[in-house]
Design a protein around this ligand. Structure first.
Ligand SMILES: CC(C)(COP(=O)(O)OP(=O)(O)OC[C@H]1O[C@@H](n2cnc3c(N)ncnc32)[C@H](O)[C@@H]1OP(=O)(O)O)[C@@H](O)C(=O)NCCC(=O)NCCS
Length: 228
């Protein structure tokens, strides 16, 4: 079996061994690729956009979001991602240029950032970390954002669907995924609901967003394999 076939549905660049997850039509011009340090500059632009940063959720990026913030974050996720790529004998050495980075989508083990009680949060995170990949009780968590130039075109709904169906289920054995969203973030709520997430609970007055008087409600959404 060729490497490309065994790693289906990832398409492997035959020269660089870089994996590419392409969205289905009509979003076939959009690809999800591993994080690279070149993502620092575009992520700083998007994460300082007033249509993006007020919605970035609990435990989200600093505001203003600096180049240093972006370097720390991307180094962190790149280290994890590069480790996984090494395990499956792929690389992250994109040589091509000329494509635009317009957003981010990531999946990691549950962080329970909404739990204010630190000991309780750590207990949940640790118990979740001890579980083997594929365990039916293991919680994954997704997060994402998109440049406003691309909002409301169905892109993130398609990207969430691709990440779950083409990567998280077949390659990670994911059975449970959670996500959080501020009250009023219709785009995020809809994108998740269209992919089978359901509202698990609302934490009222949970988060203070800079420059706003009233605290925002936070919604916890959950997805379970085979539930929809
Ligand atoms: C949330 C976000 C990623 C959604 O991405 P998107 O590609 O615009 O979403 P989609 O186009 O797939 O839209 C999904 C649904 O939400 C609706 N929607 C999208 N943006 C909307 C907005 N600003 N206001 C109201 N509805 C919106 C779409 O019409 C669609 O609804 P429908 O299926 O009922 O027609 C994007 O708005 C964003 O980056 N926002 C700022 C950062 C953020 O909120 N990140 C997530 C934190 S939880």
């Amino acid at each position: 079996m060729s490497m490309a076939a065994s790693l289906q549905p990832l398409v492997i660049n035959p020269h660089t061994y870089e994996p590419v997850l392409r969205l289905d039509a009509p979003y076939q011009n959009i690809i999800i690729i591993p994080p690279r340090m070149e993502d620092v500059e575009p992520s700083v632009v998007v994460l300082n956009d007033p249509e993006v940063y007020p919605w970035m959720g609990i435990g989200g990026p600093d505001n203003p979001y600096t180049k240093e913030n972006a370097q720390v974050w991307i180094e962190r996720v790149k280290t994890v991602s590069d480790g996984i790529l090494r395990e499956i004998k792929l690389r992250n050495n994109r040589e091509e240029t000329g494509f635009q980075v317009d957003g981010y989508i990531g999946i990691e083990r549950g962080t329970w950032a909404e739990i204010i009680e630190l000991e309780e949060r750590q207990r949940l995170v640790n118990a979740n970390h001890r579980m083997e990949v594929g365990d039916k009780e293991l919680w994954w968590q997704i997060g994402y954002y998109l440049s406003p130039t691309h909002h409301s075109q169905g892109t993130m709904s398609a990207a969430i669907g691709a990440l779950i169906n083409k990567w998280a289920i077949p390659r990670m054995g994911a059975k449970k995924i959670r996500a959080t969203s501020f009250n009023g973030n219709r785009g995020s709520m809809r994108a998740m609901q269209k992919n089978g997430f359901v509202l698990a609970k609302t934490l009222e007055g949970c988060v203070q967003v800079q420059g706003e008087e009233a605290k925002r409600d936070l919604r916890i959404l959950e997805w379970s394999l085979g539930a929809d």
